[in-house]
Design a protein around this ligand. Structure first.
Ligand code: MG
Length: 205
């Protein structure tokens, strides 16, 4: 199968005296979201959607709420693990759609900034991320923030270099160069200088 879908949902109650963080964005508000971590309801929902899309469990199975290591943790840690799971399964994100449900603060003035921030965390273009917000009309949950997230993944393209690698490799040096090129393509970074021993292996006799 070349595409997969994932869905995540989360909720956190508001609590006075806690900084409010949604979508990785610090928001001016008298209350924050209570939680073992930083309570970022949106990042938790996206994390669960990503893990669900590759059938890799859920956020609680990787980061148990009672574990002291995750006390007040930045939720981008959870998101990064989910991104690794997606990559390890051989998929990449096509797009992410989310809906926040909360009475306050108003999200519309900061939705664009939040979208850019989430896109940045996911290594996506902002146009591949959607952040919508609604108030919880008739639900009687005005002191709670909820988030829904849907992600679409597609299978990563096979790299042609890997299929033909045995045809072009003639020496250890060539192999190292090809591996460096592949690594820099995947990570989008310049190949780093490789330190080599100051002697030729033929000298060791
Ligand atoms: Mg949560």
């Amino acid at each position: 199968m070349s595409i997969r879908i994932g869905y995540g949902w989360d909720s956190h109650a508001f609590k006075p005296g806690v900084p409010l963080k949604i979508g990785g964005l610090a928001i001016e508000h008298p209350e924050g979201l209570a939680g073992h971590s930083d309570g970022d309801v949106l990042l938790h929902a996206i994390t669960d959607a990503l893990l669900g899309a590759v059938s890799a469990g859920d956020i609680g199975s990787f980061f148990p709420p009672g574990d002291p290591r995750w006390k007040n943790a930045d939720s981008s840690i959870f998101l990064n693990l989910a991104l690794e799971e997606v990559q390890n399964a051989g998929y990449r994100i096509v797009n992410v759609d989310t809906t926040l449900v909360l009475a306050a603060p108003k999200i519309s003035p900061i939705a664009g900034e939040m979208r850019e921030h989430v896109a940045d965390l996911l290594n996506l273009k902002p146009s591949d991320v959607s952040v919508k917000a609604k108030t919880p009309e008739g639900l009687n949950v005005d002191h709670v923030a909820q988030a829904h997230a849907v992600v679409l993944l597609e299978k990563q393209k096979d790299m042609p270099e890997l299929r033909s690698i045995s045809d072009v490799i003639e020496s250890q040096k060539q192999l190292e160069d090809v591996v460096q090129d592949l690594v820099s393509q995947v990570h989008g970074v310049e190949p780093r200088a490789v330190s080599r021993p100051p002697f030729d292996t033929d000298d060791i006799t």
